[in-house]
Design a protein around this ligand. Sequence first.
Ligand code: HEC
Ligand code: HEC
Ligand code: HEC
Ligand code: HEC
Length: 208
Amino acid sequence: MKRLIQVSTLVLAITGAAFGQDQSKVTNTPHNLNNGGWGISVSTPSGANQVCLPCHVPHNAYPDESGTINDVLWNHQETAVAFTMYPTDLPQSNQPEGASKMCLSCHDGVTAIDSYGGTTGTVTLAGRPSAIGENGDLTDDHPIGVTYPTGADGYHNPANFTGVVLVTVGGDDRVECTSCHDPHNNALGAFLRRTLDESLLCLECHDK
Ligand code: HEC
Ligand code: HEC
Ligand code: HEC
Ligand code: HEC
């Protein structure tokens, strides 16, 4: 009996972070790098469990190498990968920019998730399903960096969106990673902005 109690306590301890807690807050999601058993402790002499720190810092943000990402006090090393984008006839950025570049600075499977605050970490997402841009390949992922074809047949008017968002980069309203995902809110799972039930996420944009 004692053993059983110990085992169930252990199971609870492991799943506790992801299970039964309000995942609309970063602390309880996989984006709290203290979760997930990575062996990363996001603590500094100035404070414990700083969930925001791998991505944001109030001062002296990470040097902005691409010149496109640092409008959110970004604190994570930028991906250096040259990506192959999903082919499209629509206007599209040559490489991921803005928030998409921020996501791929962990989800490329190469850049260490603990490379933040100017230090070089060691833990990557290599080989995991979460390594979306692994080997620089975005050709098997929903297009990003594309300008939304407002007014075109088969597409809903953005004025009627209730969940997804378009991201304005360089004056264009684009589909980026953050069109479908909110990195701070995992209440729907997969950090989605809109439910996959009835494919409602897809049907916000696609009129099919
Ligand atoms: C895993 C990375 C990650 C973590 C952790 C994270 N953020 Fe963010 N945050 C982002 C990204 C990426 C953006 C840019 C998103 C965009 O442009 O829509 C952003 C944007 C923001 C913005 C500006 C846009 C907005 O949504 O209001 C604020 C404010 C912000 N984050 C606050 C926080 C705070 C506070 C925490 C900790 C509780 C936090 N973030 C944790 C990735 C993260
Ligand atoms: C600081 C590193 C970091 C950044 C930046 C980051 N992520 Fe993550 N993300 C992670 C880690 C770590 C996980 C857990 C991966 C795993 O378990 O394989 C994760 C998991 C996810 C998941 C899966 C969630 C689930 O419920 O399983 C999604 C979706 C996701 N991230 C999307 C994004 C998007 C979109 C952005 C940019 C807006 C982003 N991430 C930026 C580190 C990051
Ligand atoms: C058009 C919407 C859309 C866009 C754009 C998009 N995603 Fe996703 N993503 C999804 C959906 C839907 C899922 C959940 C799929 C599922 O649960 O089967 C998902 C799942 C994920 C996961 C979890 C994969 C896993 O199996 O663990 C990660 C990580 C992720 N996305 C990151 C990204 C990143 C990084 C970008 C930008 C390069 C991006 N997404 C762009 C819709 C999108
Ligand atoms: C934020 C708006 C938006 C959302 C949400 C969205 N899409 Fe898309 N989708 C687009 C745009 C824009 C394109 C680019 C179309 C093109 O290249 O002509 C696209 C392209 C596609 C394509 C490729 C078409 C081609 O010609 O190669 C498919 C398939 C697709 N989306 C399916 C989905 C599915 C499934 C979902 C939900 C999981 C989804 N989309 C969510 C806007 C969106």
